[in-house]
Design a protein around this ligand. Structure first.
Ligand SMILES: *[C@@H]1O[C@H](CO)[C@@H](O)[C@H](O)[C@H]1NC(C)=O
Length: 266
């Protein structure tokens, strides 16, 4: 069963409109961060998946990923996609490119059955303006946590779906009210920034940005302060996914007092 994946940008079709008015079925939100494997459920599946079509929507066009139970082999991320036995769509090693609206639709004898099952895949990304520069005790760092979302406003995710972004320390204790940290958040674009001045004891400490939905943890992404003499690399938690991050070799002459920020997702 060799899955041949060819890169090709043909085969774009308009499908799965964003707005369906009042008859809209339940919408599912799935939250992911870099390197995770995710499963997008198809809640309208019939007895087998030979009627199942999955498509992906962003930038007002749709790309068909699965047609009548068969994976399209002309799409860019074909190798990372698979159809589950329950007709769910599995995506391996999620990247920022994957966020958007996924739509599962059933066709029997060429006719659509039932309503579309819609799954919004959102992507949590952490970055630091300081990651490429020297950091050391006494320097100020800002860690920026951003949720990439599609189809809805951040405001509606927060108000209607109960989404929250917040920061915890290595002991999993919230730092949101800790005076050592300045947290600035924007609920119009789902960003939370944490700024602090590094202390000596911060070496190997981590800060984690969490996304919760109605107080349930959905996903997180972590920053760790590392001694920069070691090699900068990603550490994955919870998955056995190999790192694809570029490694930055630090010259042997680098003074041992330099630190780096390291981040990973789980
Ligand atoms: C968060 O930090 C980024 C990068 O420093 C900045 O561009 C953005 O405006 C900040 N956002 C908030 C809500 O503070």
């Amino acid at each position: 069963m060799a899955d041949q994946c060819h890169m090709c940008l043909l085969g774009l079709i308009i499908l799965c409109p964003l707005l369906t008015g009042k008859s809209e079925a339940e919408v599912i939100h799935v939250f992911s961060s870099s390197g995770e494997n995710v499963r997008l459920p198809c809640n309208n599946a019939l007895s087998d998946c030979s009627s199942t079509t999955w498509n992906y929507n962003r930038h007002s066009v749709a790309v068909e990923l699965i047609t009548l139970g068969i994976k399209k082999n002309n799409i860019e991320r074909c190798e990372r996609l698979s159809l589950g036995s329950d007709c769910s769509l599995n995506i391996k090693k999620v990247t920022q490119e994957d966020y958007g609206l996924y739509c599962c639709r059933q066709f029997v004898n060429g006719k659509q059955q039932g309503t579309d099952a819609r799954v919004y895949l959102h992507f949590l990304h952490v970055s630091s303006s300081s990651s490429q520069t020297e950091i050391r005790p006494g320097s100020s760092v800002t860690l920026s946590c951003q949720l990439y979302y599609y189809g809805v406003s951040c405001d509606s995710l927060v108000r209607t779906d109960g989404i929250q972004l917040f920061w915890v320390n290595q002991a999993d204790v919230s730092v949101m009210t800790d005076s050592r940290y300045q947290i600035s958040s924007s609920s119009t674009d789902c960003i939370s920034n944490l700024t602090t001045t590094l202390l000596n004891e911060d070496l190997n400490r981590e800060w984690r940005c969490l996304v919760t939905q109605r107080n349930q943890l959905k996903t997180s992404a972590t920053f760790t302060v590392k001694d920069s003499v070691s090699i900068f690399e990603f550490t994955q938690h919870g998955t056995s996914v190999a790192s694809t991050t570029e490694k930055t070799q630090i010259p042997d002459t680098a003074p041992k007092s330099l630190w780096m920020l390291d981040h990973y997702s789980e």
